[in-house]
Design a protein around this ligand. Structure first.
Ligand code: DX5
Ligand code: ZN
Length: 221
């Protein structure tokens, strides 16, 4: 799955920018509160408007403090997947439960230097694991390869049947880095600047998907 991030889109023309990635599997929406990360983007009212303008499932990535309070309304509004940060709450399982009860898939995200081992036990309460491959806060940063160890570890648990969840990666994904992420067993690839920085975002989404398919075919040969 390819999930273009509208963080790199023109916020004054969001409906057009969403149409420009027709064919995307998920639309990645970065919510930042200027506290959990040093940047401010958009919140629930914009998500509600986006839901009216597209049928692409919304993948809301909440880079915010106090997700227990703020995450469930995104699920109630109709977001498909609502991901919050492990670093932002003492009780991730309770937040996941509330998101699911409100009708969305629940995702857990970890920053590049947050180990995954302490969370392996609770991942069965989640539908998505979002591995950050840059420090959250800004688009256009360089991919951090060591985070792929976390993707590989969780992939093994999924392949062995111990877990059922989507392994998603976010940050610095482009035509050069997507191959390594695909080899590590990632299912869903977020790409912001790599998609919106091109003249034909929909074609870039397709090219990224092709690259993943090629990598998977090469691995199974
Ligand atoms: C960063 C965001 C990402 C961002 C990725 O904090 O979570 O979703 O849009 O941008 P690129 O693909 O440009 O690294
Ligand atoms: Zn994101």
């Amino acid at each position: 799955m390819i999930a273009p991030s509208i963080l790199s889109a023109d916020f004054a023309r969001l409906a057009d920018e969403v149409r420009a990635v027709e064919g995307a599997d998920w639309l990645h929406v970065d919510v930042m509160d200027n506290h959990f990360v040093p940047n401010l983007t958009l919140g629930l009212p914009v998500v509600q408007s986006l839901l009216k303008t597209t049928d692409i499932p919304l993948d809301c990535h909440l880079m915010i403090e106090d997700p227990a309070r703020w995450a469930p309304p995104y699920a109630e509004a109709g977001a498909y997947n609502v991901t919050f940060h492990a670093e932002a709450t003492e009780d991730p399982v309770a937040v996941a439960r509330d998101i699911r009860a409100a009708g969305a898939k629940a995702g857990l995200s970890v920053k590049p230097n947050t180990p995954i081992e302490p969370y392996l036990e609770i991942l069965r309460n989640f539908d998505t694991l979002l591995v950050m491959s840059v420090e959250p806060g800004f688009g256009g940063q360089s991919f951090i390869p060591h985070v792929l160890d976390k993707a590989r570890a969780v992939r093994r648990l999924v392949d062995s049947g111990e877990l059922r969840l989507v392994v998603e990666i976010d940050g610095g994904i482009n035509m050069d880095t997507i191959e390594a992420a695909a080899e590590a067993g990632v299912d869903c690839f977020v790409a912001g600047s790599a998609v919106y920085g091109t003249d034909d975002p929909a074609a870039t989404v397709e090219a990224l998907r092709e690259k993943v398919i090629e990598t998977e075919q090469a691995a199974s040969r």
